[in-house]
Design a protein around this ligand. Sequence first.
Ligand SMILES: Cc1cn([C@H]2C[C@H](O)[C@@H](COP(=O)(O)OP(=O)(O)O[C@H]3O[C@@H](C)C(=O)[C@@H](O)[C@H]3O)O2)c(=O)[nH]c1=O
Length: 180
Amino acid sequence: MNVIASDLSGVLEIRPKVFSDERGFFVETWQSEHYCSLGLPERFVQDNHSFSVKGTLRGLHFQKKFPQGKLIYAVTGEVFDVVVDIRRDSPTFGSWCSFRLSEKRCNQLWIPPGFAHGFLTLSPSAHIIYKCTDFYHPEDEGSICWNDPTLSISWPICDSPLLSKKDAAAPRFSEALKSL
Ligand SMILES: Cc1cn([C@H]2C[C@H](O)[C@@H](COP(=O)(O)OP(=O)(O)O[C@H]3O[C@@H](C)C(=O)[C@@H](O)[C@H]3O)O2)c(=O)[nH]c1=O
């Protein structure tokens, strides 16, 4: 397993060992001893699976009182995944970083609690699964508009992404964080 630290403390790209043979491949996507030794918690309480068509952008989402750590994996396709540091006491508060997660790379992204998260589907479609450290609390959810001018995220191929109604109406970064 290779682990690449990012510019945002705690955010890790994990590249698990892939065992390929004539049948295909095998990969461990969660093994508590190995992943906990990287600093991930042992306890995840919810697993999610989303399917998106090309050009879909989900995010940027966060929970306020119940922040979720997330371990993200692209089972099929490729996504441009973005995390934004919304930890007020962090030296990188307001900074973002991006990762390409894909079925070819078999890579994973660990996002600790305290970040807003979103992704854009680059391939014709993508199945994304992720483990969460806290439950979904819809009443606690916050969102930031994907094209916030302060954040100025360099989304690839993204003039008019496919958005949910909620994401299309998401507030700017400064407004969204007033509720934090
Ligand atoms: C996220 C979530 C949604 N839902 C429901 C609510 C809604 O009716 C439907 C679709 O919800 P959304 O439009 O919020 O789904 P989506 O836009 O895919 O939301 C997700 O986006 C990515 C970027 C994340 O980081 C996730 O934490 C989550 O916020 O699914 C649940 O029942 N449980 C959940 O955990």
